[in-house]
Design a protein around this ligand. Structure first.
Ligand code: PLP
Length: 401
């Protein structure tokens, strides 16, 4: 028997991978995709209108960050922002004798880990701090690992697989105190890509020098991103050319994209309390149903310090990818963890760093809710998930002869 498909179309539980462009952002972008197409560097009235729109967007973002407009750099996405923060600061530090030690954690997004590892072939040393069973590092541990030759510290705000939130303000403060005891200032970067819908992005309260965001993770357009860079942070640009973005990121600016990004960020931040309450209640309802039907499921992430819309569980005796396929057939769009680009199945580095046994790490399922998720959808998933788990387990385990 095949269970009924969901009433109102597919159930989207993959907001950690991407979100729909919100209507307000789309409307704000339209003129700049159609009639207002001039290059913002152009010396005519149309160019000035484009430039004004770009600077208006920058001002809106700066207000969200509690920062100066000059400290906001528009990029092409989370990956570019993170690459620029890590490589751009590392090369500038090495150039100025600021050290070649990069300190990060074992549970970062690949954009962070692979950017850091890229630097190893230029003589940098990368240290990935271990995490506890919830995927957290402590401020004391990070500060204790800071050395006189540490060029940069990078710790993610909220994890994209299990949703664990790091105590960024406390970590940044501990690092700053340790750096100051060493007579130095050490730039602190946070990958905040997963944080924009629910957490504060006030860079003064957080005490960070660099912060990365991706537009499409909070209702903005794909191919847009933000890098907050505190004034005075050592930096060598990745993209050289016409000198746009105050020499920090050359290339003709994505005016429509950045206009949409700024509008989406303002809405996401204005609504984050309500978003957290609503998705948190639905997530807890889904979690309770999953645990009732599958009491042996392992729930991952910190019990309280976790994104409210994130739910990550591991099942024994199955492969996460097979479960994702089975759920897809039932009209439920989920993920086995981070988006996997290779055909070969690799268990998540995040789960392994948290000490999840390999057998369970393989059977991971990430369901990330959004503002559009309804109670009816959650109840549908609760109804069909247990039998989907059983079917996938039966297919995975050879029947006894
Ligand atoms: C999605 C994501 C990124 C990469 O963002 P892109 O927009 O895909 O470049 C980086 N870090 C985290 C935590 C993410 O979730």
């Amino acid at each position: 028997m095949t269970p009924s498909s969901p009433p109102g179309g597919p159930v989207y539980l993959d907001s950690a991978a991407s979100t729909a462009l919100r209507a307000e952002a789309y409307r704000a972008m339209l003129p700049f995709l159609q009639t207002e197409f001039a290059n913002p560097s152009a010396h005519h009235a149309a160019g000035r209108r484009a430039s004004d729109a770009l600077e208006d967007a920058r001002g809106r973002v700066a207000r969200v960050f509690n920062a100066e407009p000059e400290e906001v750099v528009f990029t092409s996405g989370g990956t570019e922002s993170i690459n620029a923060a890590i490589k751009g600061v590392a090369f500038a530090q090495a150039d100025a004798g600021g050290g070649r030690h990069i300190l990060t954690t074992a549970v970062e997004h690949h954009a962070v880990l692979h950017s850091a590892q890229y630097l190893e072939r230029f003589g940098f040393e990368v240290e990935e701090l271990p995490v506890d069973e919830y995927g957290r590092v402590s401020p004391e541990e990070v500060a204790a690992a800071v050395r006189p030759d540490t060029a940069l510290v990078s710790v993610g705000y909220a994890n994209n697989e299990v949703g664990t939130v790091q105590p960024i303000a406390a970590i940044a403060a501990a690092v700053a105190a340790r750096a100051s005891a060493l007579g130095r200032r050490i730039p602190f970067h946070t990958d905040a890509v997963q944080a924009a819908s629910t957490l504060s992005l006030d860079v003064q309260a957080l005490g960070v020098d660099l912060l990365s965001l991706s537009g499409h993770k909070f209702g903005g357009p794909k191919g847009t991103g933000l890098l907050y860079m505190r004034r005075g942070t050592p930096f060598l640009e990745l993209l050289s050319g016409g000198g746009q973005e105050r020499q920090r990121r050359s290339g003709t600016e994505n005016v429509p994209g950045n206009v949409g990004l700024a509008v989406a960020l303002e809405y996401a931040q204005a609504e984050r309390g309500e978003f957290a309450r609503r998705t948190g209640a639905l997530r807890d309802r889904l979690l309770a149903a999953v645990l009732e039907a599958c009491p042996d499921a392992l729930v991952n992430g910190h019990p309280t310090e976790r994104l409210p819309h994130a739910l990550h569980v591991c099942f024994s005796g199955l492969e996460g990818e097979a479960l994702v396929d089975e759920l897809d057939r039932l009209g439920i769009e989920s993920s086995a963890g981070a988006a996997c680009t290779s055909a070969t199945w690799e268990p998540s580095h995040v789960l392994l760093a948290m000490g999840v046994p390999l057998e369970l790490a393989i059977g991971s399922l990430r369901m990330s809710l959004w503002s559009t998720t309804t109670a009816e959808q959650v109840d549908y998933v609760s109804r069909v998930l247990p039998s989907a788990v059983s079917r996938v387990r039966e297919a995975a385990i050879p029947a006894p002869r």
